[in-house]
Design a protein around this ligand. Structure first.
Ligand SMILES: Cc1cc2nc3c(=O)[nH]c(=O)nc-3n(C[C@H](O)[C@H](O)[C@H](O)COP(=O)(O)OP(=O)(O)OC[C@H]3O[C@@H](n4cnc5c(N)ncnc54)[C@H](O)[C@@H]3O)c2cc1C
Ligand SMILES: NC(=O)c1ccc[n+]([C@@H]2O[C@H](COP(=O)([O-])OP(=O)(O)OC[C@H]3O[C@@H](n4cnc5c(N)ncnc54)[C@H](O)[C@@H]3O)[C@@H](O)[C@H]2O)c1
Length: 458
């Protein structure tokens, strides 16, 4: 039997559930379909568990540094890995439970558990049920990419999901991929006591950032005893007893690394290959991302794509913003667009990297004459007082208009303090506006007006 709804939402990720809330509150009947766990990647295998582990790793790191602060701790600092895991699992489970309760309380919303697949542009099958709606919203997210690397089928490897199930800290974790996932897990496991090697095929870590950021991040990781191998162009794997031999072919150092475990962190792929998109006529790009316009509409009337699966963002806050754009346009007659969004994100190594807008290189490549304000964290009072002085902050502005183009804070509190720059950019603020703001002392953010005032042509 076919059941009719006003709207079908596929995926209870970061956009799907809040969209179900808005649409059902507006009086629409909504079918929300989830094939695995409520909350999707962020809640279950992404942000929440990883940032909980990052907090445990930070506690261990600070405990080891206790003497630097005049604090005495007797004996070695140990890791109770089962407890580290249990803490994260509880936070994810609590989040799922509260989502379940929230969704359960939505009038007009029916939750289906199962894999959804199109049978026609406005008909979707989930298990035995066939659902129809004029409006269909896809929020199917993504999963770890496993490229066809030589030997990858012959060895056990971990992804961001399976690493969360490890029973013990690996002896030697080889992380393939030197970007968000690789660096966050790499530093965490080093702090949990593993030997860690990060292998990146590009010439530097987090290659999308400015070179000064890549260099400083590498220094931070190497200072903690993490081995970093960049320029590893021909990565290959082979089993060697219980271990995995990773061929790295770097220009310097040994051509092979022997690890007890390998984490693949080389990007994501969208969950669009098993949705029956071809039946619905919904177009994807060569990598499987659903093609959308600036208002997140697909090429098929009445079908939208939100979150990671549309390739327009890869973060929880961008998925949530997709929900806001679609809901406000549909229900409030607004005209919100993805292109209005200022790119912003953080890399949660310690100290974190908070980033907004364009980097220095990107701004120059876009043709801007730029001005730059920059200061090392060792000249930021709050960082000195906290004895956490690694990194730097910088602000990029347009020399002609004065408009702020972007900023980066690699340093303690950088993930929070960067919002001072972000909010000003949202209001088209200038470096001079920032220079005249009076920030609270002692904070990391209080140096933002200072570097804005000290900016120089670059
Ligand atoms: C290790 C890691 C750490 C991260 N840390 C951060 C961070 O600190 N900050 C940040 O902003 N972002 C972070 N991210 C990214 C963030 O998790 C994602 O950007 C975000 O979860 C995307 O949300 P989404 O709603 O698009 O998709 P998802 O959260 O992936 O949700 C999609 C849902 O759709 C379901 N689904 C898929 N196909 C079907 C189908 N056919 N039928 C029914 N249901 C289906 C899935 O089961 C899933 O529940 C991290 C990601 C990873 C992997
Ligand atoms: N703090 C956060 O917000 C956060 C944290 C984790 C993940 N995420 C999200 O998850 C997404 C995926 O993260 P990711 O780090 O897996 O992917 P990524 O796309 O950011 O980086 C992949 C890295 O792997 C490298 N690489 C690719 N192929 C390789 C190969 N064969 N051998 C060695 N290196 C190779 C790339 O050069 C790149 O540095 C990100 O886009 C991000 O949005 C966000």
């Amino acid at each position: 039997m076919t059941r009719r709804f006003d709207a079908i939402i596929v995926g209870a990720g970061q956009a799907g559930s809040p969209l179900a809330g808005r649409l059902s509150a507006a009086g629409m009947s909504v079918a929300l379909i989830e094939r695995h766990l409520l909350g999707g990647t962020c809640v279950n295998t992404g942000c929440k568990p990883t940032k909980t582990w990052v907090a445990s790793a930070y506690a261990a790191h600070m405990a080891r540094r206790a003497a630097d602060f005049g604090v005495t701790i007797g004996g070695e600092i140990g890791i109770d890995f089962a407890k580290v895991r249990a803490r994260a699992e509880k936070i994810s489970a609590d989040s799922r439970a509260s989502l379940r309760q929230w969704i359960g309380g939505m009038a007009n919303c029916t939750l289906f558990f199962g894999h959804a697949r199109f049978e026609s542009p406005h008909r979707v099958r989930v298990g035995d049920a066939v659902l129809e709606a004029e409006r269909i919203f896809l929020n199917v997210g993504g999963r770890a990419l496993v490229p066809d690397m030589p030997g990858v089928d012959a060895v056990p490897f971990l992804t961001n999901s399976t690493i969360l199930k490890l029973g013990a800290v690996p002896r030697h974790l080889v992380v393939v991929g030197g970007s968000y996932i690789g660096l966050e897990f790499g530093q965490m496991f080093r702090r949990f006591g593993a030997e860690v090697t990060i292998v990146e095929k590009g010439p530097r870590l987090i290659g999308r950032e400015d070179p000064d950021i890549s260099d400083a991040v590498r220094d931070i990781l190497e200072d903690e005893g993490i081995a970093v191998r960049t320029g590893a162009e021909c990565i290959r794997f082979a089993a060697q007893g219980e271990d995995v031999l990773v061929g790295v072919d770097c220009r310097e150092g040994s051509p092979e690394v022997l690890g007890s475990h390998v984490l693949l962190a080389v990007g994501r792929t969208p969950n669009t290959d098993d949705l029956g998109l071809e039946t619905a006529g919904v177009k994807t790009d060569a990598r499987g991302y659903i093609q959308v316009d600036d208002r997140l509409r697909t090429n098929v009337d009445g079908i939208w794509a939100l979150g990671d699966c549309n390739g327009r963002g890869a973060f929880t806050h961008t998925a949530y913003n997709d929900f806001e754009i679609v809901a406000d346009n549909l229900l409030d007659g607004a005209d919100r667009k993805v292109s209005d969004r200022i790119p912003a994100y953080a890399l949660y190594i310690d100290p974190p990297l908070g980033r907004v807008g364009m980097g220095e290189s990107e701004a120059k490549a876009a043709g801007h004459a730029i001005e730059l304000g920059k200061r090392p964290m060792r000249r930021v009072g709050r960082a000195v007082e906290k004895n956490e002085t690694q990194g730097f902050m910088k602000l990029v502005s347009d020399a002609d208009s004065g408009r702020i183009l972007g900023g980066a804070i690699l340093g303690t509190g950088g993930d929070e303090a960067i919002h001072g720059v972000l909010d000003l950019m949202a209001k088209q603020g200038t470096a001079q506006d920032l220079a005249h703001a009076v920030h609270i002392h002692p904070t990391v953010a209080e140096l933002l007006p200072t570097i804005a005032g000290e900016r120089k042509p670059a």
